[in-house]
Design a protein around this ligand. Structure first.
Ligand code: KIV
Length: 279
C-alpha cells in the first residue's frame, strides 16, 4: 500500500511508529521500499555522505533533483520526502514555491522538507497552497550550523524549549504535514509530540516521537570515525565491504577470479578455425 500524508497521520493516531531512513540512490531505495519502510528522506545530508562535503551548505537544487529522481525510480510504496537545500527557500516565498515544485516535477518526490520554525511559515503556507506537502524540521537544523556554532543539542533552556514548542505549533498552523525533531531532549520531544496532531519524526530526540529517522550510512555501519550519540549501527556494512574488496583484490591478482562459472564458452571448432586462420 502506498504511504501518503493520510496514512502517516493515521499511524500517529493509532500509535503505529513511522519508519524513515535516508536514501540517495535507486538500489538502496528499492531495498528499503521492498522491506516496507514507510518513508524515505532524500536528505541534504547527501552533501556529506555521498559528496564528501564538510556540511550540508554546498548542496544545490541540481544535486537534490538528481538524487531524488534516482530514489523515486526505485520506490513503489514509500512516501518520498526531498530536502530543500540551503538558500533554495530562504530568499523569497516565490523561489521557495518554484524550487519545491521542481523537486516534485523533476525529482518525483511526494513532499519536500525545509528547516526552521516561525521564520519559514510563509514559505510553508505558500508551498502547501501549491498542493505540495511540506515536512518541517526543528531543533538541531544542520543548515544553521554556522549560526549555532557547531552541531549542538538544542532546546535545553526553558526559553529555548518554549521557543521550540511555539515553532512546532506555528509550522503545524502553516500547514506542515509532519515535522522532523532533531537533536533535542527526549522529554521535550515527547511534549511537542503530544501537543501536535501532525506526526513527529525524531532523530536524536528519544523514543517518544511518532517515528524515527536515521541517515542510512550511520544505521548500516558505513560511516567511520565519530558518530553522534543517537546513532545505532544496525549492521557493519563498512567492515563487510572492506573484507569483500580485499578478497576481490587478492583473487583477481592470483587469477582465482574469474572462475569457469563466471566465464562465457565458445565452440572449440570456432577456436580451431581461428587458430588455423592465425587471426
Ligand atoms: O538531511 C538529512 O538527512 C536530514 C536528517 C538528518 C533528518 O535532514
Amino acid at each position: 500500500m502506498k504511504n501518503t500524508v493520510s496514512t502517516l497521520l493515521e499511524q500517529k493516531q493509532s500509535g503505529d511508529k513511522i519508519t524513515m531512513l535516508t536514501a540517495y540512490d535507486y538500489t538502496t531505495a528499492k531495498i528499503m521500499d521492498e522491506c516496507g519502510i514507510n518513508t524515505i528522506l532524500v536528505g541534504d545530508s547527501l552533501g556529506m555522505v555521498m559528496l564528501g562535503y564538510e556540511n550540508t551548505l554546498p548542496v544545490t537544487m541540481e544535486d537534490m533533483i538528481h538524487h531524488t529522481a534516482a530514489v523515486s525510480r526505485g520506490v513503489e510504496n514509500a512516501f518520498v520526502v526531498a530536502d530543500m537545500p540551503f538558500m533554495s527557500y530562504q530568499v523569497s516565498v516565490q523561489e521557495a514555491v518554484a524550487n519545491a515544485g521542481r523537486l516534485i516535477k523533476e525529482g518525483g518526490a511526494n513532499a519536500v522538507k525545509l528547516e526552521g520554525g516561525a521564520e519559514v511559515c510563509q514559505q510553508i503556507e505558500a508551498i502547501v497552497n501549491a498542493s505540495i506537502p511540506v515536512v518541517a524540521h526543528l531543533g538541531l537544523t544542520p543548515q544553521s550550523v554556522n549560526a549555532f556554532g557547531g552541531f549542538k543539542v538544542q532546546g535545553k533552556s526553558l526559553e529555548k524549549a518554549e521557543k521550540l514548542i511555539q515553532d512546532a505549533l506555528k509550522i503545524q498552523d502553516a500547514g506542515a504535514c509532519a515535522v522532523v525533531l532533531e537533536g533535542i531532549p527526549a522529554k521535550l520531544a515527547q511534549i511537542i509530540t503530544k501537543k501536535l496532531f501532525i506526526p513527529t519524526i525524531g532523530i536524536g530526540a528519544g523514543n517518544g516521537c511518532d517515528g524515527q529517522v536515521l541517515v542510512y550510512q550511520d544505521a548500516m555501519g558505513l560511516t567511520a570515525g565519530h558518530t553522534a550519540k543517537f546513532v545505532k549501527r544496525f549492521a557493519e556494512l563498512g567492515e563487510m565491504m572492506r573484507n569483500a574488496v580485499n578478497e576481490y583484490i587478492t583473487e583477481t591478482k592470483s587469477g582465482e577470479f574469474p572462475a569457469k562459472e563466471h566465464t562465457y564458452a565458445i565452440d572449440e571448432a570456432v577456436i580451431s578455425k581461428l587458430e588455423e586462420e592465425n587471426v
